[in-house]
Design a protein around this ligand. Structure first.
Ligand code: ADP
Ligand code: MG
Length: 698
């Protein structure tokens, strides 16, 4: 039997493709006509905006296209890299005053290139440091004669070998798009269609590949971006609706006496936001539909307490509850704090991490197997070795962004149909949260406990170290404590970083030799980590030198100074999380972002934002802008939606429309059975069948 992957794809019969090209396309995941139509241009050139080289004028900002005729380096104090390009009308030079070696490798004679910049006259026309786009070899001159707006397709060596380039793609699509009968049919119902003034589907594909004018191209982009957002949202809307309608969860109906006792024992009142969120959680838990709720709240907004209260509801209803956190240190911290909180309430409480001794693990398993109410705090170990909960009612997942989104699926695989509360300290705009975290309901802790003080945040260069150390000393003498955070454990990656171990050696023998300095990093044994944390909690260690293992959750209110070494190496959200370790008590707190003198533009922006705001929402949003969608969420690893045309950040209004449309549609037609939604239903079945398993559309 021939292998699946060697089966000839339908594409080979399309004019201009044939078996060889079809095979190469298949290597890149393009198997069907639909895949091909979704292989979008990477950019467009508007030919009307291109200036022929014989019409250049000095001091104009223009875009030109030409073939590279020569490249070279001129010596002039520093090496200057130049290229000469030509079109049918003339020639021009472009020069770069630095990185000659880099450019020498980049540009090849014979390749076509577009250059944008200001024209100078210096022994002929010249651009200095223009923006450029390499257009590929050979094809562009032919492409230039074909239309007004020219689509440029992504290229690679395999494509090149079989002659697939922007010109041949244009020919393939020209043939293809003339055949309306084989092209995808309309899928949206009349109402949706007219509300958005969509281009008809076939026309959208035509314009994206063979654009006639900018306005139509824009409309095509709008329609196809909308589709990219709409389908994931529709899936979520369906999931959401069907979850709510299937009462397969647990209804926690008993009044929680322990919760009330805890509430009365607190030395402070809950914030308004905590009360609101508890109300939402209680309602979810009371209902027989399984809870699936995301709790967003900035560092220090009091999420842990909310989690504890929810777990008490479960326990008072005779169920087991689990709190899952990303690191052992955090699990231990939570365990200690929650033990204190729950001591008077006599709730069975256990800790389970990767380094829990097997005897204890065994005993815990037995207890859980007895179905007795119990709260377990732990790391991934909780679900990884299926601890054998007999009676799990609620699972709380803390710092969700560090787990990825698929964990709930894993829980269900293990047969755990508990209510789920996921908590994150990376608050992101609601619509984005819903795109990322699936069909969850969202609660927000948008208020800090009243006793919080702002953390004064400053940026200091490395040459100010002595002053920083002096400042730390003064504060230690007043009874306070400090964190000093380094980015790496060892100089393993040959990066010129001061590792935490080195920093520790230096600090404990040098500037802070009269104080107690501790070192904490991920490679220490759990018992050792625990010992050091306990010493720090008791103020027997004054300065904790650490890697980012303290990033989440650690709570030592007496620590009021956070120094972050090489702050330029950290992401914005990470800096914010780290800063969240201070400013937790009654004393004034400080965060010092320490960097070398010369750091990159983006790093500068990150650090500036940190010094300007403490609003986690704003910081997350800026982080998202600076890093982009894929990087921020690590879409590739985490299985979050990725988009080809649409950008969830810049196209957010479209995303929001698509989302509300999808929910509206499902509200009106839960199973997509109405005649006007027949096409849509069929589309889901063909293109998204693999994702339909969680519910049924019959
Ligand atoms: P998060 O997990 O959201 O970062 P925590 O739950 O760790 O925040 O809370 C930080 C600190 O604030 C803890 O010491 C907690 O006891 C305290 N806290 C929680 N809620 C309140 C409140 N309503 N008023 C005062 N302090 C609170
Ligand atoms: Mg927390």
């Amino acid at each position: 039997m021939p292998e699946q992957s060697k089966a000839p794809s339908e594409l080979q019969y399309i004019k201009g493709i044939g078996p060889k090209r079809a095979e190469v396309l298949a290597q890149f995941g393009i198997h069907s006509l639909f895949d091909l139509l979704n292989f979008y241009p990477r950019r467009y050139i508007d030919r009307s905006k291109i200036i022929p080289l014989d019409q250049l004028q000095p001091d104009q900002e223009v875009t030109v296209i030409g073939k590279i005729e020569a490249t070279g380096v001129r010596r002039f104090r520093r090496p200057i890299f130049y290229i000469v390009i030509s079109d049918e009308t003339g020639i021009m030079e472009a020069v770069w005053f630095n990185s000659a070696n880099y450019f020498k490798k980049l540009f090849k004679v014979g390749e076509w290139i577009s250059l944008s910049g200001k024209v100078h006259f210096y022994r002929g026309f010249q651009m200095q440091h223009p923006d450029f786009d390499r257009l590929g070899e050979g094809d562009i001159s032919k492409l230039l004669h074909t239309g007004k707006i020219l689509p440029l397709y992504p290229g690679n060596d395999a494509f090149k070998k079989v002659g697939l380039n922007s010109y041949t793609f244009r020919r393939i699509f020209s043939g293809l798009l003339e055949k309306p009968d084989i092209l995808p049919q309309e899928i949206f119902n009349e109402q949706l269609f007219s509300r958005h003034h969509f281009l008809p589907r076939q026309e959208a594909f035509r314009q994206i590949h063979l654009p006639r004018e900018n306005e139509l191209l824009e409309k095509a982009l709008y329609r196809l971006k909308y589709e990219e957002f709409f389908f994931p949202q529709l899936m979520l809307a369906l999931q959401h609706r069907h979850r709510k309608e299937k009462p397969i969860g647990i209804a926690f109906t008993e009044k929680s006496s322990r919760l009330n006792a805890l509430y009365k024992s607190l030395p402070f009142d809950l914030t308004r936001a905590q009360k609101k969120v508890m109300h939402e959680i209680r309602q979810d838990m009371r209902s027989a539909a399984p809870m699936n709720r995301l709790l967003q709240g900035d560092v220090g907004s009091g999420k842990t307490l909310v989690a504890v209260m929810a777990m008490l509801i479960a326990v008072d209803n005779g169920k087991q509850a689990a709190l899952m956190v990303p690191t052992e240190i955090l699990a231990e911290q939570h365990f200690i704090n929650i033990s204190k909180l729950l001591k008077p309430l006599k709730v069975p409480l256990s800790l389970l991490t990767g380094s829990t001794k097997s005897a204890i693990r065994k005993q815990l398993k037995e207890e859980l197997n007895s179905a007795q109410p119990h709260i377990v705090i732990g790391t991934h170990a909780l679900i990884q070795d299926a601890v054998g909960f007999k009676n799990l009612g609620l699972i709380v997942i803390d710092e969700q962004h560090r787990f990825g989104v698929m964990q709930r699926g894993k829980l269900i695989e293990k047969g755990l149909y508990a209510d789920v509360l996921v908590m994150t300290a990376t608050p992101i705009p609601r619509t984005l949260a819903l795109t990322v975290y699936g069909s969850l309901d969202v609660s927000v802790l948008d208020e800090m406990p009243a006793n919080r003080q702002p953390v004064t945040t400053v940026w200091r260069f490395d040459n100010k170290a002595a002053e920083i150390y002096k400042f730390i000393m003064e504060n230690i003498l007043k009874g306070r404590q400090a964190y000093i955070v380094y980015p790496l454990v060892e100089e393993s990656e040959k990066l010129d970083l001061k590792a935490a171990t080195e920093g520790f050696e230096f600090l404990s023998k040098g500037p802070f030799k009269d104080f107690k300095v501790g070192l904490l990093h991920g490679r220490l044994k759990a018992a050792e980590k625990d010992r050091i944390m306990q010493l720090f909690v008791k103020n027997r260690i004054h300065i904790l030198v650490s890697t980012t293992v303290i990033e989440v959750g650690v709570d030592v209110p007496n620590a009021t100074i956070m120094v972050i070494e090489h702050a330029e190496r950290f992401g914005l959200s990470q800096l914010h999380q780290l800063r969240g370790r201070v400013g937790r008590g009654e004393h004034k707190s400080y965060c010092v972002l320490k960097t070398p003198y010369n750091i990159g533009e983006i790093a500068q922006q990150r650090i500036k934002i940190m010094t300007e705001t403490q609003d986690g929402f704003l910081i997350a949003e800026r982080d998202l802008e600076l890093r982009g969608w894929g990087d921020f969420f690590g879409t590739k690893q985490s299985g979050m939606p990725d988009f080809k045309l649409a950008n969830p950040i810049t196209d957010r209004p479209i995303l929001e429309d698509a989302r509300s449309d999808a929910y509206h549609l499902v509200g009106e037609d839960a199973f997509l059975r109405k005649p006007e939604n027949k096409a849509l239903n069929a589309y889901l079945r063909t293109h998204l069948a693999d994702r339909l398993q969680l519910f049924t559309i019959s």
